[in-house]
Design a binder for this molecule. Structure first.
Ligand code: MV4
Length: 450
């Protein structure tokens, strides 16, 4: 097992990783920017290294700064968390060169799944269902229109370097093809420095259902069931849950098999997520594979009763997996609490948190780095806490979440707590009959302001 783990991240996930490392008897090193000097991850780690000014590019995103911190602390492993360098293959490669273990898959796997066309081609070969579309990159609009016509409108243009919705455009009729093509290409070029585009049939009103997988270094892959992440806004997830209210035993068996196939075909190592689009007829299609631990991993931890960070570290250390898949033994929901004003287009609301009281009690978990007197910096992601509730059934879980949200006191900044209070009382949410379009016609009542 590793002796000293450097956590190349900040906020709640840095704390989350430190906790597990301590329980495993592994020493921890925090890195921090000058904006995070007073952060809890700095306090709770065994050692801490300042890696630069507030800007991410000069701190948490700087491979040189992180490698320097590894060197001076003599860490033998690096955990990237999520975001920042978590899916940067060059960073993983640099770790290999310096003989420090990157807690995650190999650089080759990260590269393969990072390029969406390559990922899709790999899945087709393995027999994982994908959305019908172009055979790889599309050169120009003439060819593009021909392909779109053959597939049938509506279609969606996607950037091969994309993910998270950037460089993506719907096209509903041929007249709009050229303008949408230019928009997708320009956005892809500006965001990723790669303007490669491919085309797919547009799946209308899909659900976003993802499977958690784990692979060991010997080719064994298992799944830990699904999470439903359909409640999103501008490609930012707001709420996640497990099991999916849409899931059936038969569908889980089929999708679970496909998720394992997706992992096995690249000999996936570590924890990963296979994202699927699921249409109203329960057809499912591979969308992307995330080669990192995800924000919403706690809902899976709660329903299968395992520490995913511990499993991730064990896989990185070369341990072997046991045989079986896991199915939910309870229901869990996570609400992302962001420093944003839900009454003002979810505008960021950084600043001093004057009071902070977290909900507690049976089946209630709060993952957070925030405390009374903490100042939310304006430089990073606006998520300040995750509220996770667990109960026997979805209905009880929603009841518990309502109670927990009412206990949450956060003063000094605006947060998304009022949004979640409203959502837990929304009939469509309660019925479980929703898709990724849910937020398009959601209106937040003033009464949740208090
Ligand atoms: C799609 C789609 C419909 N049809 N692909 C969004 C982000 C990226 N990972 C893929 N995305 C989508 N791909 C086809 N062929 C709809 C989306 C999509 C979406 C997917 C999951 C969760 C929220 C979404 C919101 C808008 C669009």
């Amino acid at each position: 097992m590793f002796k000293k783990l450097l956590i190349a991240n900040r906020g709640e996930i840095a704390l989350r990783i430190i906790r597990t490392a301590k329980e495993m008897g592994i020493k921890t090193v925090a890195v921090y920017s000058t904006a995070d000097r007073d952060s809890l991850h700095v306090r709770f780690a065994d050692e801490a290294v300042c890696i630069g000014p507030p800007s991410s590019a000069e701190s948490y995103l700087s491979v040189a700064k992180i490698m320097a911190a590894v060197e001076i602390t003599n860490a033998d492993a690096v955990h990237p968390g999520y975001g920042f360098l978590a899916e940067n293959a060059d960073f993983a490669e640099m770790c290999d060169q310096y003989k420090v273990k990157f807690v995650g898959p190999t650089p080759a796997m990260i590269r393969k799944m990072g390029d969406k066309i390559t990922a899709k081609e790999t899945m087709i070969k393995a027999g994982v269902p994908v959305v019908p579309g172009s055979d790889g990159l599309v050169k120009d609009t003439k060819l593009g229109k021909k392909i779109a016509g053959d597939i049938g409108y509506p279609v969606i243009l996607k950037a091969t370097a994309g993910g998270g919705g950037k460089g993506m455009r719907e096209v509903w009729k041929e007249d709009d093809f050229e303008s949408q093509w230019d928009a997708a290409r320009n956005e892809a070029s500006a965001s990723f420095g790669n303007d490669g585009i491919y085309i797919e049939k547009f799946v209308e009103e899909p659900r976003h259902i993802e499977f958690q997988i784990i692979g060991d270094q010997y080719g064994k892959v298992i799944h830990l069931s699904e999470r439903d992440c359909s409640i999103q806004r501008r490609h930012q997830k707001l709420v996640e849950e497990s099991p999916s209210p849409f899931m059936t035993k038969a569908l889980r068996t089929k999708m679970g098999k496909a998720a394992i196939l997706a992992g096995e075909c690249i000999k996936y190592e570590g924890v990963g997520t296979v994202e699927f689009l699921v249409d109203k007829n329960k057809n499912f299609y591979f969308m992307e594979m995330n080669t990192r631990i995800q924000v919403e991993h706690p809902v899976t931890e709660e329903v299968i009763d395992h520490d995913l960070i511990k499993e991730q570290i064990k896989m990185a250390a070369g341990e072997k997996l046991g045989g079986k898949n896991y199915i939910p033994q309870a229901h869990a929901i996570e609400c992302r609490i962001n420093a944003e004003d839900p009454y003002n287009d979810f505008r960021p609301s950084p600043g001093l948190v004057s009071s902070f009281h977290t909900p507690k009690g049976h089946g209630v978990r709060v993952d957070t780095h925030t405390y009374a007197g903490y100042s939310v910096p304006p430089y990073y992601d606006s998520m300040i806490a995750k509220l996770i509730c667990k109960a026997k059934t979805r209905e009880e879980c929603i009841t518990k979440m309502k109670r927990a949200l009412d206990e949450f006191i956060i003063e000094g900044i605006k947060t998304t707590v009022p949004f979640h209070k409203a959502l837990m009382r929304d009939e469509r949410f309660i019925s479980g009959d929703f898709n990724t379009g849910f937020m398009k016609d959601f209106e937040l009542d003033e009464k949740y302001k208090k």
